[in-house]
Write a protein that binds this ligand. Structure first.
Ligand code: ADP
Ligand code: ASP
Ligand code: MG
Length: 409
């Protein structure tokens, strides 16, 4: 007998019919003698709908109230699935995050899980019930409802799997695994049987929304066996593995991309000690995360240009702050660009192979795609390009690195 945590995403519970199909699958796993905990998202589109409603009331709703509102989506699906299971002779109970004590910090809209009291869930499992838990939500020390950030149900599932020491955490979604890149952008993308935990972490942090980054972090920290699979078909899906050797000998695992980028530039700042701090300090103080940074070498006049990227949601605030610091610095001009994207190659095999970057740059050049910024680490290379080149850039690199073929050269 195994203890399995299964998470079903929004599309997988998007209608009554689909919830009935999920019930059938859950029942099958239980009938085979497994203990099953199910974590659910809200119906697809529901969280967006709720946020939209809030915005009709107030432009920037209070994060606490937004959490009270957003968390309702998941309460609907857990109750419906529980009913569907009971109707099939499979005893089940649904619980909100608060009911199973998913304790988080108080950072509303992006809370982090601190602790889960698994006793209640275990008691139900031991009594032969399927336990259905609302994803995406928790409760803080004050008893207030919190949510875990968009896509947070993945993290709920992995955290519950860690707390229960589950044998496997299965993430059921609308694709049948993790692909070499988003199959919606490159139809030739290939499903990976395995991906290393490190690569998955990098892909998620660079924009692949198939798993929320925090869920991968959690899986790494507590060594939770994690699998991504389809809720619409059968198959083994993709296993996130901790063994690098078990992965095919490819230099590149996949291509991630992010449309959530924005670029800010200050032109003509004095090239002297402390300038980077004067520019980025106030940005950091406003809790805005900076991703890539470039400072040009001062040519004449001992003036330099300074460019950095932030999340698109932070653009307006970052621009405001930057304009104030630019004035203080006596800079010439501040420029902003919302029409950029970031494309990244990811692979642990990069460590031992030279020439990946030049191959990447040459492939992009051949398509006339101008690279605006570059950043590298041991297992990734990212470039910032104009938004209009996103699809072309991803497909070009997918082809250039032979990712549609089973073993990359
Ligand atoms: P869910 O609602 O089930 O959580 P998501 O929309 O959050 O589903 O995640 C699944 C989607 O992630 C897929 O439909 C796909 O478009 C996208 N995606 C992005 N990158 C990848 C990738 N490398 N492999 C598979 N899917 C990806
Ligand atoms: N319903 C939440 C969202 O849309 C959480 C999730 O689906 O994982 O972001
Ligand atoms: Mg998701």
């Amino acid at each position: 007998m195994a203890l399995i945590v299964q998470k079903y995403g929004g599309t997988s519970v998007g209608s009554a019919e689909r919830i009935l199909a999920v019930a059938e699958r859950v029942k099958r796993w239980r009938d085979q003698g497994n203990q099953v905990v199910v974590v659910l998202s809200a119906m697809s589109g529901e969280t967006d709908r709720l946020i939209g409603l809030a915005r009709q009331i107030q432009e920037r709703p209070e994060p606490r109230e937004l959490d009270v509102l957003m968390s309702t989506g998941e309460q609907v699906t857990i109750a419906l699935l529980s009913m569907a299971l009971s109707a099939r002779g499979c005893p089940a109970r649904s619980y909100t995050g608060a009911q199973v004590h998913i304790l988080t910090d108080s950072a509303h809209n992006k809370a982090r899980i601190r602790d889960i009291d698994a006793a209640r869930v275990k008691a139900d499992l031991d009594a032969g019930r399927v336990v259905v838990v609302a994803g995406f939500q928790g409760i803080d020390e004050l008893g207030d409802i919190t949510t875990l950030g968009r896509g947070g149900s993945d993290t709920s599932a992995v955290a519950i799997a860690a707390a229960l020491k589950a044998d496997e955490c299965q993430i059921y979604t609308d694709v049948d695994g993790v692909y070499t890149t988003d199959p919606r952008v490159e139809p030739k993308a290939r499903k990976l049987a395995r991906i290393t935990f490190e690569e998955m972490l990098e892909m998620a942090s660079l924009g692949s929304k198939v798993l929320q980054i925090r869920s991968v972090e959690f899986a790494g920290k507590y060594k939770v066996p994690l699998r991504v699979l389809s809720s619409f078909g059968e198959g083994e899906g993709t296993l996130i593995t901790f063994e690098e050797d078990a992965v095919e000998d490819a230099k590149i695992a996949g291509i991630a991309f992010s449309r959530d980028e924005a670029k800010l530039t200050v032109l003509g700042v004095p090239d002297q000690p402390g300038v980077a701090h004067q520019i980025l300090g106030p940005i950091a103080d406003a809790n805005i995360e900076v991703d890539m940074i470039i400072q040009n070498i001062a040519a004449q006049e001992a003036l330099t240009d300074f460019t950095f990227t932030v999340h698109r949601n932070d653009y307006a605030r970052a621009l405001e702050i930057l304009e104030a610091s630019a004035k203080q610095l006596g800079a010439r001009q501040v420029l902003g660009d919302l029409h950029i994207v970031k494309i990244s190659l990811v692979g642990v095999g990069m460590r031992s192979h030279a020439g990946i970057a030049s191959r990447m740059f040459s492939a992009l050049a051949q398509e006339g795609i101008n690279i605006r910024m570059i950043s590298t680490s041991e297992i990734k290379i990212s470039v910032v390009v104009d938004e209009k080149y996103l699809e072309l850039g991803v497909r070009t690199l997918h082809e250039a690195f032979g990712l549609d073929q089973a073993s990359t050269a």
